[in-house]
Design a protein around this ligand. Structure first.
Ligand code: HAM
Length: 417
């Protein structure tokens, strides 16, 4: 075994999988770009405080942060997510509102690694700051939905909830606390600990022992103010108008504390229930303020790239794109011709590769085959003297033929289209 390997929960993404990642982000950029979102690229590292504002009661912040003191004595952290960074950027740069942005890139959480759960994982996401409109919530959700459709995924379920206004949520949290405290002896020991920190998160428990108490718990819908109820109804009406199916789940609280009103999750029905969240988001009015900015509405989502690709594998969609070149140059005259021809082809927009180290014809033909190229361009000493190149089709059994070197580009274009 080599001395150095990737750390637990971290992976090398190699070709051709890496090409699939790039295409994933490209498709996402196309979907959200068409809706007026511009890209924001925040740094991977922020002052720790940016993330602690996300919520002191979430595991992501209290247990899973990669934080350290840097050489300038600043306490910094690798970002566990990007919503807080986007809000910090908003406060710092004060762009005009509504500010519609998208992002992609890695995040870091010190979690227990397993299939679909990594310590470095990628997300794509959008955030809109400075607009309070239930139909904006719908736009955000619809863009996630459309993106999944674009990937070809069918087995995705949209789960929707509203956590109400902060006061509604506070009233609900107290009702929940009272319910669980009255039945403390029935709760799992892990949930007893969670209860002390954040009663809402007990609803997240997947432990069988907690299921009956969660089922009999008070429901958030009984605590909505008229405004929160109207907002939630409008979100549902908007989703209905776009024909997007959803299930309401009053226990959907999500892992971050900043949510108010709308929350949602996209679940992959082919994945294990513990890791089936392909993505999620919601409204977080108040987060910008907690980072020192003016009162500002916010809504957005982040989709997990790693998990979404696992779902794509399960459904047999959105495979790795072909990385094959258009032509493979086989040169048995020393390699200088291959150097010239590949440069010429690439300059003309073809994808071209070649062999190195003066290999034999047989060995070069093997590489040509492995390259996936439909055509080999062969130059031996006869061709060099005659000023020709032999085009040998590699995939369809057609005969090879020689063309003048000066007409190579035209003939290659014809041969591969
Ligand atoms: P989150 O639910 O923590 O939300 O993460 C969003 C998605 O990232 C998850 O649904 C999942 O697909 C993926 N994910 C999270 N942790 C891991 C992990 N350890 N390994 C693999 N994938 C993971 C947020 O991050 C919020 N910032 C979303 C948001 C944006 N809310 C409003 N705006």
């Amino acid at each position: 075994m080599p001395e150095f390997q990737t750390s637990p929960g971290m992976r090398d993404i190699l070709p051709p999988e890496s090409a699939r990642w790039r295409r994933f982000v490209g498709e996402f950029a196309a979907v959200v770009g068409a809706a007026g979102y511009g890209q924001v690229i925040p740094p991977l590292l922020e002052d720790l405080g940016v993330f602690t504002r996300v919520g002191e009661a979430t595991d992501i912040v209290t247990k899973e942060m990669y934080d350290f003191v840097d050489k300038g004595e600043r306490h910094v952290a690798l970002r566990p997510e990007q919503t807080a960074s986007v809000c910090r950027a908003f406060v710092q740069h004060r762009p005009t509102t509504p500010w519609k942005v998208w992002y992609s890139g890695p995040n870091f959480r010190y979690e227990k690694p397993q299939r679909g759960r990594y310590r470095q994982f990628d997300q794509v996401g959008i955030e809109v700051l400075g607009a309070d409109d239930p139909y904006l919530d719908v736009e955000v959700i619809a863009l996630g939905w459309e993106f999944y459709a674009r990937l070809g995924l069918r087995r995705v379920r949209l789960v929707l909830n509203s956590l109400g206004e902060p006061a509604d949520r506070a009233g609900y949290v107290e009702a929940l606390r009272a319910h669980f405290e009255a039945n403390l002896h029935l709760l799992s020991s892990e949930s007893v600990v969670t209860l002390a920190k954040n009663p809402l998160r007990v609803l997240d428990s997947k432990r069988e022992q907690d299921a009956p108490l969660i089922a009999s718990a008070p429901v958030i819908a009984d605590h909505y103010s008229p405004e929160a109820a109207a907002h939630f109804t409008a979100v549902q009406t908007g989703l209905g108008a776009l024909g997007i199916p959803f299930d309401i789940d009053g226990t959907l609280v999500r892992g971050l504390d900043y949510y108010r009103r709308t929350t949602f999750e996209f679940q992959g029905l082919t994945l294990d229930s513990a890791q089936n969240a392909l993505g999620g988001g919601g409204r977080y009015d108040g987060l910008v303020e907690s980072l020192g900015g003016p009162p500002t509405h916010g809504v957005g989502f982040a989709l997990g790239l790693d998990r979404t690709l696992l779902a794509c594998d399960d459904e047999g969609v959105f495979g790795a794109p072909s990385v094959a070149v258009d032509a493979f140059v086989v040169d048995t005259t020393g390699g200088l011709e291959a150097l010239r021809i590949t440069a010429e082809l690439r300059a003309a927009g073809f994808r071209a590769d070649r062999a190195y180290e003066g290999r034999s014809m047989k060995s070069q033909m093997k590489l040509a085959d492995r390259s996936g190229a439909p055509i080999a361009l062969i130059i031996g000493s006869n061709e060099l003297d005659a000023g020709t190149v032999v085009l040998r089709p590699l995939r369809d059994g057609r005969d090879q033929y020689a063309v003048p070197r000066t007409e190579l580009l035209d003939h290659l274009t014809k041969a591969i289209t």
